[in-house]
Design a protein around this ligand. Structure first.
Ligand SMILES: Nc1ncnc2c1ncn2[C@@H]1O[C@H](COP(=O)(O)OP(=O)(O)O)[C@@H](O)[C@H]1O
Ligand SMILES: N[C@@H](CCOP(=O)(O)O)C(=O)O
Length: 340
């Protein structure tokens, strides 16, 4: 259940006086999601998603919402925030910041094949290039500084072997981040959490439904076509290779072992490179980035597991999954996509 803040008809009507979206035809809460209250909203003008931000403050929203707006304007299929009549991207609803964005077509593909991975890889590269002239900047708030802050809090709570792995990997990443090679890697706005549940695919006829304003991309081969990327609320400026590594670690993993599935990973990296070829330095540091991507989510999952927030409503994700992935990326003979 993910409607933490309920909105009644009168409250919705009042909120919509700030927009020019016409009459409400349908309004319903979205059951999935863990951070925010989300609702599907259909009006005379089309289909939208209304989000009430439960944790993010008004000061934190401009980077995310402007990034989505910028990417949508550059033909990257992402939810496009709808401007209010006063020109603002969000306002206050029931005492919390809230926005309306366009609805993407499709549903998450939780068992992706190589075709899905290629679609995502290619669009990720397009997204990176489209973000080059985005004027706002905010670092990835779940990067090295955050790891350095929280690892000391969680290391007393894990077993000896995990503690060794946590501290060794933190030291490895500190050295990597301090290197001249790292500084020279290209970067810009990144999604930073492009997991399977943050991408929509539409199948067959379903691809034609929706608001008609959001085109679906991709080949017809598998019947599934990329609907778009959403949930940009972990986005930040980072190395593009980190974003690719986070995405590969989730989309191309063998769930039982944590190892990379060579075919899916190969297709994702190939498709990414068909738009933005990786440099020699990026190829050399592919393993380090796969490790960084795994470490980021192992740390956040350990943190959520051992230090749950008071208001947390859902079971935290399993940290062991990313521990297995990290161990695999450290020891794998030659991770797919790397030149070394
Ligand atoms: N712009 C959108 N278009 C279509 N569906 C969306 C859109 N935004 C969110 N959703 C749907 O809402 C669900 C919850 O969104 P999500 O961003 O994961 O919530 P939370 O931020 O609470 O984790 C998604 O699984 C997806 O089905
Ligand atoms: N993808 C992360 C969790 C981030 O939360 P989200 O549901 O808002 O994407 C993980 O799997 O640990």
């Amino acid at each position: 259940m993910a409607v933490f803040t309920a909105v009644n008809d009168a409250q919705l009507e009042h909120w919509l006086t700030h927009y020019s979206l016409g009459k409400v035809l349908d309004f319903r809460g979205i059951a999935s999601g863990i951070e925010n209250s989300n609702f599907f909203l259909t009006t005379e003008r089309g289909e939208y998603v209304l989000t009430i931000f439960e944790k993010l403050s008004a000061g934190e929203l401009p980077f995310y919402l402007n990034l989505m707006r910028h990417l949508a304007a550059h033909q990257v299929p992402v939810p496009d925030p709808v401007l209010r009549d006063d020109g603002q991207l969000f306002g206050d609803l029931l005492g919390k910041p809230a926005t309306i964005v366009t609805k993407l077509a499709g549903r998450p593909q939780l068992a992706p094949d190589a075709h899905h991975c290629a679609e995502v890889g290619e669009m990720l590269a397009r997204m990176h290039l489209a973000g080059r002239d985005f004027e706002f900047s905010q670092p990835n708030l779940r990067s090295l500084s955050w790891w350095e802050e929280v690892v000391p809090e969680i290391e007393p709570m894990v077993d000896d072997e995990q503690r060794r792995l946590l501290l060794d990997e933190l030291a490895h990443q500190q050295a990597f981040f301090a290197s001249a090679d790292y500084a020279a890697l290209p970067g810009g706005p990144c999604h930073c959490d492009l997991f399977r549940d943050n991408v929509l695919f539409a199948h067959g006829d379903a691809a034609g439904s929706g608001d008609g304003a959001t085109g679906l991309l991709g080949s017809e081969a598998s019947g599934d076509r990329l609907g778009g990327f959403f949930d940009f609320y972990f986005a930040g400026c980072d190395k593009w290779l980190f974003d690719l590594a986070v995405t590969v670690n989730d989309w191309c993993v063998d769930l039982a072992s944590g190892a990379l599935d060579a075919r899916r990973a190969g297709e994702m990296v190939r498709a990414y490179q068909s738009v933005r070829p990786l440099s020699d330095a990026e190829n050399r540091h592919w393993r380090d980035m796969l490790r960084a991507g795994a470490f980021r989510f192992w740390v956040s999952r350990l943190y959520d597991f051992h230090k749950p927030r008071a208001a947390e409503m859902l079971k935290p994700h399993d940290p062991r999954h990313f521990e297995r992935i990290l161990v695999d990326r450290i020891g794998a003979p030659a991770p797919v996509g790397s030149a070394s």
